[in-house]
Design a protein around this ligand. Structure first.
Ligand SMILES: C[S@@+](CC[C@H](N)C(=O)[O-])C[C@H]1O[C@@H](n2cnc3c(N)ncnc32)[C@H](O)[C@@H]1O
Length: 261
């Protein structure tokens, strides 16, 4: 379809989100992506296509269409369909066992940033954990909400962008228990739009919580894409600025647990 050339920014954003997979993203993120490509030498068609390509990489490449549309499948079915939870499905008990070693008697809140559908792994977490998943893709937020309701779980799913740091800080400050942030396989997505945003978010959030656990893939997440391998900069940054509490691999994922110094 030919796209008119005299579209306003607002109309371009509307065009971008016409596709279902982008229809429930935080609008500020869509605008931020468009700014990236909104250059005079590009046609509107190019701007829309490039914006959608980047949005797909940042948000929706991880979840198959089936996850976005199905409702009545089992928890295990969903966990095995999402590219991230599928890879750790067999290891959840060991991973959470290691992360929460020694916290068995404490009241814990997990704030899972860029959660995808990781809220569905709630049953592997220590009993009575207060879970809060923050995710940009509205359809995944709804999926987690439905699951918490159906299973009567102490969980919340919030539709918010990690680029809205003030809102993320508010979510954190409303939590009372021992606070642990998960940032599993999400820092790469943030870097795609804003270089060094990982550093910014870690510097802002680490002093506000008890611990942070980040993870990244040690093998390619999406086979078609070349692996942006070298995370040494991130590991050194964490080592220089925070206190590393643990660093381990399970499957094709590396986890680093740390706190403020
Ligand atoms: C690779 S998936 C990992 C999901 C989950 N953390 C896990 O490991 O199972 C990355 C997730 O981060 C979400 N995401 C990326 N950028 C985000 C942002 N700026 N705000 C909120 N969520 C974001 C994506 O939509 C996607 O669901």
């Amino acid at each position: 379809m030919k796209i008119k050339e005299n579209l306003s920014k607002q109309e371009l954003v509307q065009k971008i989100i016409e596709k279902k997979e982008f229809s429930d993203l935080p609008i500020e993120d869509v605008k931020k992506v468009l700014i990236f490509f909104d250059k005079p030498h590009r046609t509107n068609e190019e701007k829309i296509k490039l914006s959608r390509d980047l949005l797909r990489k940042m948000y929706s490449v991880f979840a198959s269409d089936k996850i976005l549309t199905k409702k009545n499948e089992s928890t295990e079915w969903f966990l095995k369909k999402h590219i991230s939870t599928k890879e750790r499905f067999e290891d959840y008990k060991k991973i959470y066992g290691r992360i929460f070693q020694g916290f068995e008697k404490e009241k814990i809140s997990v704030i899972d940033l860029g959660a995808g559908i990781n809220g569905l792994s709630y049953k592997f977490l220590p009993k009575k954990t207060n879970y809060i998943g923050v995710e940009a893709v509205g359809q995944l937020v709804d999926l987690m909400k439905d699951y918490f309701k159906k299973e009567k779980i102490n969980g919340k799913a919030i539709h918010e962008s990690l680029f809205n740091l003030d809102e993320i800080k508010k979510i954190i400050s409303n939590v009372k228990d021992k606070k642990i942030i998960f940032l599993f396989k999400v820092l790469d997505s943030l870097e795609m739009l804003e270089r060094d945003y990982s550093k910014k978010i870690l510097l802002e959030l680490t002093p506000r919580v008890d611990e942070i656990v980040i993870s990244f893939a040690t093998r390619s997440l999406v086979r078609r894409e070349k692996f942006r391998a070298n995370r040494n900069w991130l590991v050194s940054f964490i080592g220089e600025n925070f206190k590393i509490l643990d660093d381990f691999d399970y499957g094709s994922e590396r986890y680093i647990r740390f706190s403020k110094k």
